[in-house]
Design a protein around this ligand. Structure first.
Ligand code: UT7
Length: 329
C-alpha cells in the first residue's frame, strides 16, 4: 500500500510587507534583499496564532475533498511556532475545526517539518493506524523574528499549507520513497536561545532578545546547499530517476540561491522548479505545501508527474520525498 495527498490548500495572511517596508527603518535595500535571497515581499499576520493560519487552509482542504470532518482520524501540525508550549497546536486545530474523531500531535523539524510530517503521516496510513490524516505545515515566523535585525527580519514570512493523506487507490502512485536526516551539530547555527527548559524565559532573557531567532546565515547556507542537493540526488538515484524524469522539484524556500544550486546539481531545468519565495519569503514548515497547492491550483501538476520534495533547516534537519502525483480520481 502507498499513501498519497488527496487534497491540498493553503492560506496566507492578507497583509503584504514589501522590501521597501524594511528599507524605511533598517540599513538594507530592496536590491540587496532581492539579489541575496530572491525575496520581494512576504505576509505577516497581524493577530492570532499559527492555528489561525491553519484553520482557513484546513477548511478549504476538507471541503475540496468533500468528506465529513468526522472522517478525519489524525491531525499533525508541523511547526516551530506553536500557539503555546502546550497543549499542542494540533489540539487547538482539532478543537477549532471540530474534528470529533481525531487524535494528533505537533512535529518539530523546522524547515523540514513538512517533509518529516508527510513521511510520518504516510507511515500511519500504511500501517493502518490512521485512514485520513490532516497534515498541516504552518508557521507564524513573525512571532519569533527580531524585526530590528536586518540579518533575519527580511527572510521570513507567515503562512500555512494543509493536505489530506490517505491510502492511494493505486500503489504505483503516491509517496514512493523518503530520505530523512537529523544532526544536532547544527544547533548553534540556527536556534532560539531562551524560552525552553534549558533556559526558561526571564526578564533578562527577554531584554537580551533571546526569544528571537539566532542564525549564522553564512554557515547555514553552506550546509544547506550541500545537504539539500545531496539528499535530492540520493532519492533520485534510489528510484532510478534521471533529471528529465523529475517533473517538479519542490524545494524548501529559504533562499533562491540555495534553490538554484540544488536544481543545478540535480540537472533540473529551472522551469521545472517550484519557486514562490519572491512572494512569501521563508514560511518554514509551510513553504512546500504552499508551493504544491499553488501549482495544482494553476493546473501545472498532472497525474503521473514525479515530484521531488526537498528541504534543509534547523537541527540540522534535512530530507527528500519522492511523490508520484495522483489525487485518487
Ligand atoms: O530555512 C532555514 C534555513 N536557513 C537558511 O537556509 C538561510 C541560509 N542563509 C542565507 O540565506 C544567507 O546566508 C543570508 C541571506 C541569511 C545572508 O546572505 P549572505 O550572502 O550569506 O550574506 P552574509 O551573511 O555573508 O552577509 C554579507 C553582508 C554582511 O555585511 P558585512 O559584514 O560584509 O559588512 C551583512 O551584515 O551583508 C550584510 N547583510 C545585509 N545587508 C543589507 C546581512 N543582511 C543584510 C540585509 N541588508 N538585510
Amino acid at each position: 500500500m502507498t499513501a498519497t495527498i488527496t487534497s491540498i490548500a493553503h492560506y496566507l495572511p492578507p497583509d503584504v510587507y514589501t522590501n521597501e517596508y524594511f528599507e524605511k527603518y533598517l540599513d538594507t535595500s530592496n536590491e540587496w534583499i532581492v539579489t541575496r535571497t530572491g525575496i520581494s515581499e512576504r505576509r505577516f499576520a497581524k493577530s492570532g496564532g499559527t492555528s489561525d493560519l491553519i484553520v482557513p487552509a484546513a477548511e478549504e482542504c476538507i471541503a475540496k475533498r468533500g468528506i465529513s470532518k468526522d472522517e478525519i482520524d489524525c491531525v499533525i501540525v508541523a511547526t516551530v511556532t506553536p500557539d503555546h508550549f502546550f497543549p499542542s497546536t494540533a489540539a487547538l486545530v482539532q478543537h477549532k475545526l471540530g474534528l470529533k474523531n481525531a487524535w494528533g500531535f505537533d512535529l518539530s523539524a523546522a524547515c523540514s517539518g513538512f517533509i518529516f510530517a508527510i513521511s510520518t503521516a504516510s507511515g500511519l496510513v500504511k500501517s493502518g493506524v490512521a485512514k485520513k490524516v490532516l497534515l498541516c505545515g504552518a508557521d507564524k515566523m513573525s512571532s519569533i523574528l527580531n524585526f530590528e535585525d536586518r540579518n533575519q527580519a527580511i527572510l521570513f514570512g507567515d503562512g500555512a499549507g494543509v493536505c489530506l493523506i490517505e491510502a492511494s487507490n493505486d500503489d504505483n502512485y503516491g509517496m514512493l520513497d523518503q530520505v530523512l536526516h537529523i544532526d544536532g551539530m547544527g544547533t548553534p547555527f540556527l536556534h532560539m536561545v531562551a524560552g525552553g527548559s534549558a533556559k526558561p524565559s526571564t526578564i533578562e532573557t527577554v531584554q537580551n532578545k533571546e526569544h528571537y531567532i539566532v542564525q549564522d546565515g553564512k554557515n547555514v547556507f553552506k550546509y544547506a546547499v550541500v545537504g539539500m542537493a545531496d539528499v535530492s540526488l540520493e532519492i533520485m538515484k534510489r528510484n532510478n530517476l534521471k533529471s528529465e524524469d523529475v517533473n517538479w522539484l519542490v524545494p524548501h524556500q529559504a533562499n533562491l540561491r540555495i534553490i538554484s544550486a540544488t536544481a543545478e546539481r540535480m540537472g533540473i531545468d529551472p522551469a521545472q522548479v517550484m519557486i514562490n519565495i519572491h512572494k512569501y519569503g521563508n514560511t518554514t514548515a509551510a513553504t512546500i505545501p504552499i508551493c504544491i497547492s499553488e501549482w495544482l491550483q494553476d493546473g501545472k501538476i498532472k497525474k503521473g508527474d514525479n515530484l521531488v520534495l526537498s528541504s534543509f533547516g534547523a537541527g540540522f534537519t534535512w530530507g527528500s520525498v519522492y511523490l508520484k502525483w495522483n489525487m485518487n480520481d
